[in-house]
Design a protein around this ligand. Structure first.
Ligand SMILES: [Zn+2]
Length: 259
């Protein structure tokens, strides 16, 4: 690094002779190593006109998208994002799950944290319970029964003492884009949480109380619907086949390789 040189009025142009760097003069001013670095990296001197290049984009062209990408605040990438933001999940559902992930769903405890005092009472237990997110989508009496039933229908071992994120992570760990059953696993936490939140919303805003069988039926319908819309798979085991059949999903066969 060069802190200063003895010629304060020197311009870059003074170091160019006949469109080439004046290497001798540069060596004298900044040393051989830096001269070599400047000559190799600052760009070759050419006859062509200068062109503006936007480095943040691979093609060198400026776009508002790339500019926004630079100035926006970025959080650490979430492993789940690909399971939430994809063609299978309607946007309103994805937004609901995204809000849950970042603790932004307006449950009573969250509203209190914003400085609004209220007496909290959930809509899912007979005795009433303080309403926080964990209760609404994982631990409430009604809610836990829903999870248990869905796990039972899909032949998954149910662990009661799990937080909702741990439960979702366990299912996302089984997920895969390569098989129908893998896609189905990825949809379970999303569809269940969406339906549970929807039930809570309707209870709170419309005074309706969806029954256990209706909520479970809706969940099974959506899981079946999404799995049935898969049209291409790379894996299909016997276990997958049995589970899909039991679940009533139309099985997508592996494409046979042509000889
Ligand atoms: Zn409750």
């Amino acid at each position: 690094m060069v802190e200063s040189i003895n010629e304060p009025n020197l311009r870059v142009n003074d170091l160019v002779i006949n469109n080439t760097w004046d290497v001798h003069k540069m060596n004298h001013l900044i040393g051989e190593n830096l001269t070599r670095e400047v000559v190799n990296s600052v760009g070759s001197l050419q006859q062509a006109q200068d062109t503006m290049i936007w480095l943040p984009d691979k093609n060198g062209l400026f776009s508002s998208k790339s500019a926004w990408d630079i100035i926006r605040m970025k959080f650490q990438k979430l492993d789940w994002s690909c399971w939430i933001w994809n063609k299978w999940i309607p946007k309103k559902v994805a937004i609901c799950i995204w809000k849950a992930t970042f603790n932004c769903l307006p449950v009573d405890v969250q509203i209190r944290k914003c400085g609004i005092p209220l007496v909290s009472c959930c809509n899912c237990c007979h005795g009433g319970h303080e309403e926080d997110l964990e209760h609404v989508i994982n631990k409430g009496d009604f809610v836990m029964e829903v999870w248990k039933r869905v796990y039972a229908e899909l032949g998954i071992h149910f662990i009661a003492l799990q937080g909702w994120k741990e439960r979702a992570q366990g299912l996302f760990n089984r997920a895969s884009w390569h098989s129908q059953i893998g896609i189905l696993y990825s949809m379970i936490p999303i569809v269940v949480i969406w339906q549970l939140w929807r039930r809570r919303y309707r209870a709170r805003m419309e005074g309706t109380s969806e029954s256990f069988s209706l909520v479970v039926g809706n969940i099974m319908y959506w899981l079946n619907h999404i799995a049935s819309n898969v049209n291409k798979v790379k894996r299909l085991s016997c276990v997958d086949r049995a589970l899909l059949s039991r679940f009533g999903v139309k099985i997508v066969e592996l494409k046979k390789c042509s000889a």
